[in-house]
Design a protein around this ligand. Structure first.
Ligand SMILES: NC(=O)c1ccc[n+]([C@@H]2O[C@H](COP(=O)([O-])OP(=O)(O)OC[C@H]3O[C@@H](n4cnc5c(N)ncnc54)[C@H](O)[C@@H]3O)[C@@H](O)[C@H]2O)c1
Length: 440
């Protein structure tokens, strides 16, 4: 049950943000947040830190900042922690990731060096192409692994004196697997953990540990993790908010901006060819066909739900959609994504759009981690639990309840997010009807 504005618990004390995975995205998030907190940078790309929200009528001129409208945890109250199979501290890991320049890392170097990853629950069966890792938990069963993670969580909570925690999966993309019998309900899943069922992935063990300890969980990768019935059951029992999957950055962000625009004007699309070169560790993991399959499924889904070919067969039924990612080390984190879009207009006359996006993946992903952590914490304090569809805005493949298709249009997602904030605070929802200004 969502509480009324007056009943939302205040954001007192410290909020701990735990990231399984302390690679490019997580360390760029840590470093950037510390830099903003120390007054060295602006939080560009973060809706919670920079966004405003209109309240009431246009003539009311009420447009507060989101962080002044809803009671979010302040950046000063954040504590950071995580797990990784590589023991590098956040400073070393960020240097190796090569996203941020050494002078920027040095400016928050002291604070980054003390963020040391805890040993990971990791299996090379689920993430291939990672070599040289040096700290992996050893336990008899997967349930024992989950218990070790729960001990880590509670130790972190006590040692850092955190009032609340949230967890955001920033680990590598696991290989593609459909949900199996073990995922169908909590009882089967717990039995599977005790029997070390091979269908249970490491990320699912983190999610289980988080929910069992009452920690909200967001999934930044395309793997299942919290998106199966046993986890939604556990989230309901523990009354914990969850969301996923796969941070919406780069090419998919562009796609979910452009496709709604073309559809709005009833322009047809025959083909959309997307290809990328990427040279970071994420690119290396995605070079494995099984991990890429997880990514491909998440990337391909967006056009279908935006364009609705079943409603507009002439415009979109024959759309040929291809997504490729090629590992190309010289580029590091500086991805380049090309899109060729074959569209058609009046009398089916063909036209083309070309996009060449020279993007920095982790620069786009880091503010998403911050926003998700703060909004999930808000959701928990407001008494919200289960799937948080209003956070679809941040995901390539938004998690939804059974039988619901996801909303992928970025602009509808933003409207949904803001209306949820208005509803949470007891403000009128904005319908954009606009007739009230013309009524006598
Ligand atoms: N960068 C983006 O824009 C973006 C967008 C969408 C999704 N993602 C996803 O976010 C995740 C992180 O991306 P990245 O660029 O930081 O990758 P990265 O390879 O730099 O970092 C991932 C880290 O996770 C660690 N890891 C792997 N398995 C783990 C486990 N079981 N437990 C704990 N740690 C584990 C790896 O050792 C590595 O340090 C990836 O799954 C990626 O696909 C990234």
């Amino acid at each position: 049950m969502t509480k009324s504005a007056a009943q939302i618990a205040p954001a007192t004390g410290k909020l701990g943000i735990l990231t399984p995975g302390m690679g490019a995205v997580a360390t760029t998030f840590f470093a950037g947040t510390l830099s903003v907190r120390n007054g060295l940078s602006e939080p560009v790309g973060s809706l919670t830190q920079m966004g405003h929200i209109r309240l009431g009528k246009r003539t009311d001129h009420r447009n507060p900042r989101i962080d002044e409208f809803v009671p979010l945890a302040g950046l000063d109250s954040l504590e950071f922690g995580g797990w990784d199979p590589f023991s590098d501290d956040a400073y070393t890991s960020a240097m190796k990731a090569g996203v941020l320049q050494p002078r920027h890392l040095e400016s928050v170097g002291q604070e980054l060096r003390v963020i040391k990853p805890m040993p990971a629950v990791f299996s090379p069966d689920w993430v291939k192409r990672l070599e040289g890792y040096d700290q992996v938990k050893d336990a008899r069963t997967k349930m024992d692994m989950a218990e070790l993670l729960m001990e880590d969580i509670e130790r972190f909570r006590t040692q850092r004196e955190c009032e609340r925690l949230v967890m955001v999966w920033c680990g590598s993309t696991e290989v593609y697997r459909e949900p199996s019998a073990v995922h169908q309900d909590l009882e089967s899943f717990e039995l599977g953990l005790k029997r070390s069922d091979p269908n249970i992935a490491p990320s699912q063990i983190y999610a289980y540990a988080a929910l069992q300890t009452g920690v909200p969980f967001a999934n930044g990768a395309p793997n299942l993790t919290v998106d199966f019935p046993a986890m939604t059951e556990l989230a309901a029992i523990r009354e914990v908010p969850i969301c996923g999957k796969d941070f919406k950055t780069g090419q998919t962000l562009m796609k979910t901006m452009i496709a709604p625009g073309l559809k709005a004007r009833m322009l047809g699309i025959r083909g959309w060819y997307s290809t990328n070169i990427l040279g970071n560790r994420d690119g290396e993991v995605l070079d494995d066909p099984e991990s890429f399959k997880s990514k491909e499924v998440s990337k391909l889904g967006v056009l279908e739900t935006i364009l609705q070919p079943e409603v507009y067969p002439h415009l979109y039924e024959d759309l040929y959609h291809v997504v490729r990612i090629n590992y190309y080390p010289p580029r590091g984190d500086d991805k380049e994504g090309w899109d060729n879009i074959d569209i058609f207009g009046w009398m089916d006359y063909p036209m083309q759009i070309k996009i060449d996006f020279l993007c920095k993946d982790s620069i786009l992903a880091a503010p998403i981690v911050l926003d998700l952590a703060l909004f999930l914490d808000l959701a928990a304090r407001a008494g919200k639990s289960g799937i948080q569809e209003w956070l679809s805005f941040y995901f390539k493949s938004p998690q939804t309840g059974p039988g619901l298709y996801p909303e992928n249009d970025l602009f509808i997602q933003l409207t949904k997010l803001k209306n949820n904030l208005r509803a949470l605070m007891g403000e009128e929802l904005i319908t954009h009807l606009g007739t009230e200004y013309y009524e006598e």
